[in-house]
Design a protein around this ligand. Structure first.
Ligand code: AHG
Ligand code: MN
Ligand code: MN
Length: 338
C-alpha cells in the first residue's frame, strides 16, 4: 500500500516545529480544510442544485454577489466560529469585521481574513474558482477582536493559503516554512500531500493579465506587454498569454509552471482591483515562500501599510525574474499613481 499523508497528519507533524504551540493554528487550518470540503461538494454539483446565479444583492464593493459567494462565506464563517481559535473574521462579503462572540472564541489568539469565493465571474461557467485566506495573531490583548487586529503588514502573517475548486480540489498553504499542496482524494474525503515543498520557476514564459483593459493600463504595463510579445530567441519570447479570471487559479498555475500575473491600476479600478488583506497578502506570502516575488509595481506587497479592511492594491506576482523585469518597466515609464 502506498503511504499517503493527509492534511491532518501533516499539520500535526509540523506542529512539532513549534514546541510551545498549543495547537490552535493547527486546529484553525483543519477547520478551514473542513469548510473547503463542504464548499467543494457544493461547487461540484453546482449545475444540478439551485446554486448557480446571482444572489440578488451587491456586496460592499459594489459587486454582484453570487449564490455560491454567500454559501462559501457562510461555511467559512461557521467553521471559523466553532473552533475557538479565531476571535474575528474579515471577509470580502462583509463590510465590517465579524466578531466571533462565543465564550470559547472571545479571547482567541488569531484573526482570519478571507475571500470565501474568488473568481465569482467563473462560477456559472464551470471554470476554476477558489478560496483565499490569511491568518494573523491578534494585536489587541484580550476581549473581542478589533478591526485594528487586521491592520498589520503582510510580513506578520502566521499562515496563508488557498483552496482551488478545479478539475481537482487542492489546498495550498504556508506557515512561513515553505509551501505545501494537498489534493482532495474524493474516495476517502481527505486532502493528501501531493505537492511537497513547492517552488516556482525563477525564469518563465507566461504572462496573465486582462488585456481587454489595455488602453487603461499604466505606460509601464503597456510597454511590458509589448516586451512579452516581442520575438527574441535568447529569452524564448514571445511569451504565452494565459488568463483565467480567477486570480487564485492564475496564480496557482503560475506557481507550478512559472509566470507572472498582473492586475494593475485601470480606469475602472484606479487603485487596482484586488484587495490586499485577503487576496494580495496571502498570495504574496505563498509566492515568496515558493521563491517568487509580489509587488504593486514599485513596492513589496508584504511591506504595505493596511489602513482599510477592503483596501485595494495593484498586483504584480509570480516568477522572480519576470516580476523584476515588469517592475523595471514600471519604474522607467510610470509613476506610483499612474
Ligand atoms: P472576486 O471574485 O473574489 O471578486 O475576485 C475576482 C478578481 C480575481 O479573482 C480575478 O483575477 C479578477 O477579479 C478578474 O477581474 P477581471 O474580470 O476584471 O479580469
Ligand atoms: Mn477574489
Ligand atoms: Mn470573492
Amino acid at each position: 500500500m502506498s503511504r499517503v499523508k493527509t492534511l491532518g497528519q501533516f499539520i500535526i507533524e509540523k506542529q512539532a516545529d513549534f514546541p510551545y504551540s498549543k495547537g490552535e493554528l493547527s486546529r484553525l487550518l483543519r477547520d478551514i480544510g473542513i469548510a473547503a470540503k463542504i464548499v467543494n461538494r457544493e461547487v461540484n454539483k453546482a449545475g444540478l442544485a439551485d446554486i448557480l446565479g446571482d444572489a440578488g444583492e451587491m456586496n460592499v464593493q459594489g459587486e454582484n454577489v453570487k449564490k455560491l459567494d454567500v454559501f462559501a462565506n457562510n461555511q467559512f464563517i461557521a467553521a471559523l466560529s466553532v473552533g475557538g481559535e479565531c476571535c474575528a473574521i474579515a471577509s470580502e462579503e462583509n463590510e465590517d469585521i465579524i466578531i466571533v462572540n462565543n465564550e470559547m472564541s472571545k479571547n482567541a489568539k488569531y484573526v482570519v481574513a478571507i475571500d470565501p469565493l474568488d473568481g465569482s465571474s467563473n462560477i456559472d461557467v464551470n471554470v476554476s474558482v477558489g478560496t483565499i485566506f490569511s491568518i494573523y495573531r491578534r494585536t489587541s490583548l484580550s476581549g473581542p477582536g478589533t478591526q485594528e487586529d487586521f491592520f498589520q503588514r503582510g510580513t506578520e502573517q502566521v499562515a496563508a493559503g488557498y483552496v482551488i475548486y478545479g478539475s481537482s480540489c487542492m489546498m495550498v498553504y504556508t506557515t512561513g516554512r515553505g509551501v505545501n499542496g494537498f489534493t482532495l482524494d474524493p474516495s476517502i474525503g481527505e486532502f493528501c500531500l501531493s505537492h511537497p515543498n513547492m517552488q516556482t520557476p525563477k525564469i518563465a514564459h507566461t504572462y496573465s493579465i486582462n488585456e481587454g483593459n489595455y488602453v487603461h493600463f499604466p505606460d509601464g504595463v503597456k510597454k511590458y506587454i509589448k516586451y512579452c510579445q516581442e520575438e527574441d530567441d535568447s529569452t524564448s519570447r514571445p511569451y504565452s498569454s494565459r488568463y483565467i479570471g480567477s486570480c487564485v487559479a492564475d496564480v496557482h498555475r503560475n506557481l507550478i509552471t512559472g509566470g507572472i500575473y498582473i492586475y494593475p491600476t485601470t480606469f475602472k479600478s484606479p487603485k487596482g482591483k484586488l484587495r490586499i488583506l485577503y487576496e494580495g497578502n496571502p498570495l504574496a506570502f505563498i509566492i515568496e515562500q515558493a521563491g517568487g516575488k509580489a509587488t504593486d509595481g514599485f513596492h513589496r506587497i508584504l511591506d504595505m501599510d493596511i489602513k482599510e479592511l477592503h483596501q485595494r492594491t495593484p498586483l504584480f506576482i509570480g516568477s522572480a525574474d519576470m516580476v523584476d523585469i515588469a517592475c523595471s518597466y514600471m519604474l522607467k515609464y510610470s509613476t506610483v499613481d499612474a
